[in-house]
Design a protein. Structure first.
Length: 503
RNA sequence: GCGGGCGUAGCUCAAUUGGUAGAGCGCCAGCCUUCCAAGCUGGCUGUUGUGGGUUCGAGUCCCAUCGCCCGCUCCA
């Protein structure tokens, strides 16, 4: 990472605080790691992103419906999904074959005579002795004979996967690949339902919104006169007790997701996977993420999660590195099958036309709302040069948001605070607000200063009422990025901005 | 989780060997301004992240804790 990009992130964080986009949570108490608050400008930006998503994936389509599930669900949901089992024991994963083991059940066994290593394998067992036996028994006959021949001089090293000595890595019992260090995953936030804090009342804050959709799949199917292929969309908070929150809001412990579960016939899963992957990628570009910083990266086969048949990440080149904004996965029928098994409820869809009964496959485009917000902030941050009142070029900081995302769409100024200009400007401002545009009125200080303040907020248009306005009812409207001004009728300001938003 | 750095006004930073905290910008009020921040006048701002300790005295030294940044690690 170059010095410049590090600077960029620092400047962006400073601007976010200075202008009221993002604050650290509970800052007056010293903050809390992994939690962030959106200020007056930030909340508008984030809402605009969520609104754009909802409009584009739900309202504009006939094959999509929305949902808003509770954050706390019956804990059995998380047993079915695999979240409880997978994250309560210390676990190791094979970096090569992706197998997962309980760390206290996997040993690495090494037999060596001096520098000469005769045996170096992983073994599944309950204790060291059994691990050594298992490793010996699993060896081929030639190796076994050599071990017996050198028995007296052999030095055995056996260690459990969660107690590996510094610098030693564990070996996968299945493929011989390298295992990760042991990790105790307890990523789900635990809480208690009701007044009694005992084991029967344990519940979890959802680590993803997806399971609420799967749990309601039958309800939606039964009530909406809808049939596959169709999707259910949801925006909502999720919680993960991340070991190490990092990179501003990128990895937070409380975050908001925008998720779609799209249900289709298994034979059409590949088609819909490709469709959503491309559709979602295009969405970010359309809202202003330059394609050269955005990339679509298909997962390698060995990178896939156990439930996924195919997956692609939509990644953005942040100042701190290329990181994932959204994942689009073919989750097959894994989740519905799991819920059928754990709940005992039939998850099949019966097709009246073909008389076919099947559990749909699911394509899941799962986006991080805060991550998208951060990407749009990074993309918007620009430093350029603009002339001051003497024509000397000065540095300018400007947030070049897509107008659809900009927290404030329009600022209205009187050029000077006299000759009736404030009244005319306030009138335009009020008219804009009545039309539903986020508008800001400012009459204080020099007009140049007011323009620059709006640049930092990312306001795409500034309207100024001047002397000529009083003669012919026209105003200047200034473009944030080009600094160019058009002169238009005051009565047409609202329409002008609305046209720009529709582009 | 490990290692390193850091924490002083809203922001960026100052404060000699420990001697009762200061500047610029911003912000607010007013003036001046007929179009792109640094014209004028005046004004506000801090339990120096928090809690202990050493000391006659701590922003400065010690301990703990919280948070932020960087690198590793991690990210079903």
């Amino acid at each position: 990472m170059s010095e410049n990009t590090g600077d960029l992130m620092e400047k962006l964080v400073a601007l976010c605080k200075r202008r009221g986009f993002i604050f650290q949570s509970s800052e007056i108490y010293g903050g809390i790691n992994g939690f962030w608050d959106y200020g007056p400008l930030g909340v508008e930006l984030k809402r605009n992103i969520k609104d754009a998503w909802w409009r584009d994936v739900v309202l504009r389509r006939d094959d999509m419906v929305g949902l808003d599930c509770s954050i706390i669900m019956n804990p059995k949901v998380w047993e079915a999904s695999g979240h409880v089992v997978n994250f309560n024991d210390p676990l190791v994963d094979c970096k090569k074959c992706k197998a997962r083991f309980r760390a206290d059940k996997v040993f690495t066994v090494i037999a060596a005579e001096g520098e000469n290593v005769l045996l170096s394998v992983g073994a599944e067992a309950d204790d060291e002795e059994h691990a050594r036996l298992a490793a010996t028994n699993a060896a081929n006959s030639k190796t076994r004979r050599r071990l017996e021949d050198h028995a007296q001089k052999l030095v055995w090293t056996v260690f459990r996967a969660d107690k590996a000595p510094q610098g030693r890595s564990n070996i996968c019992p299945l493929c011989g690949g390298e295992l990760t260090d042991a990790r105790k995953f307890n990523m789900m936030f635990k809480t208690f339902v009701g007044a009694m804090e005992d084991s029967s009342s344990v519940a979890y804050l959802r680590p993803e919104t997806a399971q609420g959709i799967f749990a309601n799949y039958k309800n939606v199917l039964d009530t909406q006169r809808i049939r596959p292929p169709f999707g259910i969309a949801q925006i909502g908070k999720s919680f993960r007790n991340e070991i190490n929150p990092r990179n501003f809001t990128f990895r937070s412990r409380e975050f908001e997701q925008m998720e779609i579960e799209f249900f289709c016939h298994p034979s059409e899963a590949d088609k819909w996977y490709a469709y959503w992957r491309d559709e979602r990628y295009k969405w970010y570009i359309d809202l202003g993420l330059k394609s050269d910083k955005l990339r679509l990266r298909p997962h390698e086969t060995d990178e896939l999660a156990h439930y996924a048949r195919a997956c692609a990440d939509i990644e953005y080149s942040f100042p701190f590195g290329v990181s994932e904004l959204e994942g689009v996965a073919n989750r097959t029928d894994f989740d519905l099958t799991q819920h059928q098994k754990f709940s005992g409820k039939d998850m099949n869809f019966f097709d009246d036309e073909t008389k076919e009964r099947y559990i749909p496959y699911v394509i899941e485009p799962s986006g991080g709302c805060d991550r998208a917000t951060l990407a749009f902030l990074c993309e918007a941050y620009t430093e350029d040069m603009a002339p001051d009142e003497k024509g000397v070029m000065q540095a300018r900081t400007v947030m070049k948001f897509h107008p659809r995302l900009a927290p404030v769409k329009l600022a209205v100024f009187p050029l000077v605070k006299k000759e009736g200009m404030p009244e005319v400007a306030a009138g335009i401002h009020n008219e804009a607000k009545k039309a539903g545009l986020a508008s800001f009125y400012d009459e204080k200080g020099a007009v140049g200063r007011r323009y620059r303040r709006q640049d930092e907020a990312g306001t795409p248009f500034c309207v100024t009422v001047d002397g000529q306005t009083l003669q012919d009812q026209t105003v200047t409207i200034r473009d944030r990025d080009s600094l160019k001004q058009d002169r238009i009728a005051a009565a047409k300001v609202v329409q002008y901005v609305q046209d720009a938003l529709a582009k």
